[in-house]
Design a protein around this ligand. Structure first.
Ligand code: ATP
Length: 731
């Protein structure tokens, strides 16, 4: 392997380097044009002739796959087994919630028990007083007293009637006093019997029952013994139809009521929202299927999410609105019992090291309703963005873990943070680099150029195949088996590459990433980029819009959220600025079908701990060793990556306009200003030597009254064209 290298001072090794998986011994990095030397194309494309690729009988193209039949749920049938009972998580959540509520109530009550006992005793005393009063009033027939008074002195004076009523009453009183006396005797006898002849337990039980009855009688309905354990506006909402309708009204989704004239005739039909299904419990919350008033859509409900939450008297983060297929006005409103992102995260199923394939969707997390979210690595490109410490790296690792576990997938890891996050991947990666020094950035450019070259070679090979061998011009599992392995390219903290100090590196990086995100997935290359600076100056819309799947975790502003998810996404109710600092792993995923006609979903990414990730890398390396697919960096054979740039291209880049001749002094100053890290030590002698090696002669240039050494633009351009040779980057 050769490289176009050069040096402008024989004793200046710091001015030139080659980056080949660690060693640095060639050329400088950036230039007006970063170009891969013709013979540095990786030798990884398998030697597959079209006639060795198996034919696929009757290939079914993607567009020919019939859509699945509607499920009973799509048609509005309620599930036979309640949804919360259908999964272990649902059952666990319900049991957890119930136990937690009860446990809370028990503790709440226990603390207040002593004071409640005093209050209870007071009530029992009041209760006995009330009962005695009522019994006495009954025995003395106090109700007849009023009638007697009226007959004696009132408007209905009637002596005869008065005497009759009085005698009746006296008879009644006598009889009632006898009954009361007997009852008292029986009570006293029973009490004595209990006291002397029954065990203590029975006495206590009977006393408790009596005191309870007395306390109940003595209670005032407005003053409970122990106040409610739950504040009125608690997160634990007991959702009812009425509360839901209140919330819909609050969100401007209440529609209009029917108008009726004086005769009771309807003059205008009502347009109220209705429940398409009874409210039901699901996972750890309530699910409402609502038919909005005619003319309202899911977009109105999503926009009104905050108002809905206010109407429901819960936190905004507890309310999730989604469309339901079949009618544009039907939406599902899920109200979580509590902030779902504060609950413990789900441990990634990938931590159990299953045998997975990048050809299948694999779990990344779950939405609040507990539905697993499984993006497919193949044929996609990914962008992950968030502010620091929100779970971006963890999410990225959970996302790519299937590719690491699949021994038939190649892996490139370029972590521009240089920390420990991706260290474990070194043992399985074909190309691996940590850091964001000039050398690392140059290495990354070379590696990405290699990958682009590889993808271009694949497309060339696909073109040569028959329609049967390659029906859609993209990678197939058969071709992958024949050697065109899927390749996962992970770039963490990609902002350090896209905001490199030197413009040429930035431009080249952006062009390469856009190409790899847009075009390379069809050849089996999956680009995964993560950035902690979600802003349009870091991730230009061209790159974002060409990335098929976007995952945004917490951002500070809606603008940052849109910078990842796409412009206008916040306006339709999906913004990650609403997540709190504690909401680790909470994210909005865009670009993965949710199976309900949308591709935006709020999810919680699964937790893949550091130790799990390390184990995944170890097992991934082992599986590759067993399958014979371990190669490149992982086996100490890092691809030699040569970033070919010359002093010629730097000189052309800083050349003042199209001046035919420029003094060396001017060029040195301009080079030092444009590339401070690279040309800090450059002087006129070194420049002259470097250019002379390319056959650029020194000429005399007269400027500002002095004649000095300099160069002619035509000579520099000619030398550059010769050094670059035929351009292969666009072939
Ligand atoms: N799904 C998750 N559930 C719960 N906690 C998580 C989850 N993902 C990450 N965390 C926690 O959040 C912390 C930060 O995660 P991570 O390192 O991925 O953040 P980051 O955004 O990459 O930060 P930085 O930009 O500083 O690298 C981790 O220490 C981890 O404990």
């Amino acid at each position: 392997m050769t490289s176009t290298t050069e040096q402008y001072g024989p004793d200046r090794p710091e001015d030139r380097y080659r980056v080949d998986g660690g060693a640095a011994d060639v050329v400088d990095l950036s230039a007006a044009r970063v170009r891969l030397a013709p013979d540095t194309q990786p030798d990884t494309a398998p030697d597959i002739r079209p006639d060795t690729v198996p034919d696929i009988a009757d290939p079914v193209l993607e567009g020919e796959v019939l859509p699945p039949l509607p499920t009973p749920a799509d048609e509005g049938w309620l599930p036979i087994i309640p949804v919360w009972m259908q999964s272990k998580t649902g059952i666990r959540n319900m049991v957890r919630l119930t136990l937690r509520r009860w446990w809370y109530r028990i503790r709440f009550t226990a603390v207040r028990l002593p004071w409640a006992t005093v209050k209870w005793t007071g009530r029992a005393v009041r209760g006995s007083w009330r009962i005695s009063g009522r019994l006495l009033a009954w025995a003395l027939d106090t109700r007849a007293d009023a009638m007697e008074q009226e007959l004696a002195t009132g408007a209905r004076q009637d002596a005869k009637e008065f005497i009759r009523v009085r005698e009746d009453r006296a008879r009644r009183i006598r009889a009632r006093l006898v009954v009361l006396g007997l009852a008292t005797l029986v009570g006293a006898g029973g009490g004595a019997y209990l006291w002397f002849f029954t065990p203590r337990l029975v006495q206590v039980l009977v006393a408790m029952v009596l005191v309870t009855i007395l306390a109940r009688v003595g209670a005032n309905p407005d003053t409970p013994l122990i106040g409610p354990a739950m504040a009125t506006s608690s997160g634990y909402l007991q959702l009812s139809d009425a509360i839901l309708m209140r919330a819909l009204n609050a969100a401007g989704l209440g529609g209009t009521v029917a108008k009726v004239d004086r005769n009771g005739e309807t003059t205008e039909e009502g347009n109220r929202p209705t429940l398409a299904q009874p409210l039901q419990r699901e996972n750890a919350g309530y699910l409402a299927m609502v038919d909005l008033p005619f003319g309202k859509t899911v977009a109105d409900a999503t926009k009104g999410q905050a108002a809905l939450a206010s109407g429901l008297d819960v936190d905004e983060v507890q309310v999730f609105v989604e469309n339901v297929r079949g009618s544009a006005r039907r939406v599902s409103i899920y109200v979580a019992d509590e902030d779902p992102f504060m609950l413990p995260p789900r441990r990634s199923p990938l931590a159990r090291l299953p045998r997975v394939s990048v050809w299948n969707p694999n779990p990344l997390g779950a939405d609040v309703r507990g539905r697993e979210v499984c993006p497919s690595l193949i044929f996609n490109s990914f962008l992950i963005g968030a502010i620091p410490r929100s779970g971006k790296t963890y999410a990225g690792r959970a996302l790519v873990a299937p590719g690491f576990l699949d021994p038939h997938c190649d892996v490139t890891v370029l972590d521009f943070k240089g920390g420990k996050d991706w260290q474990a991947a070194e043992q399985l990666a074909v190309t691996f680099r940590l850091g964001d020094d000039d050398e690392d950035l140059g290495y990354a450019i070379g590696a990405l150029q290699n990958l682009k070259g590889e993808a271009q070679n694949r497309f060339k090979a696909f073109r040569a195949m028959s329609d049967e061998q390659n029906p859609e011009g993209k990678l197939t599992p058969e071709l992958a088996k024949a050697g065109y392995r899927p390749h996962l390219i992970v770039l963490d903290e990609v902002q350090n590459l896209l905001r490199a100090p030197e413009k040429e590196i930035r431009d080249e990086a952006l062009a390469l990433l856009v190409w790899l995100a847009k075009t390379a997935p069809a050849a089996g290359f999956t680009l995964v980029m993560a950035t902690q600076r979600p802003a349009t100056d870091v991730i230009p819309s061209d790159l974002r819009d060409n990335t098929s799947v976007r995952l945004a975790l917490r951002t500070k502003t809606w603008q940052s959220s849109d910078a990842i998810l796409g412009s206008g996404i916040n306006a339709i109710g999906f913004g990650t600025q609403r997540f709190l600092e504690e909401h680790k792993g909470a994210a909005i995923l865009g670009g993965v079908s949710n199976g309900r006609g949308g591709d935006l979903q709020v999810i919680r990414t699964d937790l893949l701990k550091n130790s799990d990730f390390t184990q995944i890398c170890q097992i991934g390396a082992q599986r590759r060793a067993d399958a014979g697919t371990l190669r490149g960096h992982a086996v100490g054979q890092a691809e030699e990556i040569v970033v070919t740039v010359t002093i010629l291209s730097d000189v052309v880049a800083v050349w003042p306009g199209v001046e035919p001749k420029v003094q060396a002094k001017t060029l040195v100053e301009r080079l030092q200003e444009a590339y401070p890290s690279k040309h800090a030590h450059l002087d006129q002698t070194s420049l002259t030597k470097a250019l002379k090696d390319h056959g650029v002669p020194v000429v005399q240039v007269y400027r500002d009254g002095s004649n000095r050494n300099g160069y002619a633009l035509a000579a520099v351009r000619k030398a550059l064209a010769k050094a670059e040779g035929p351009d292969i980057t666009n072939s």
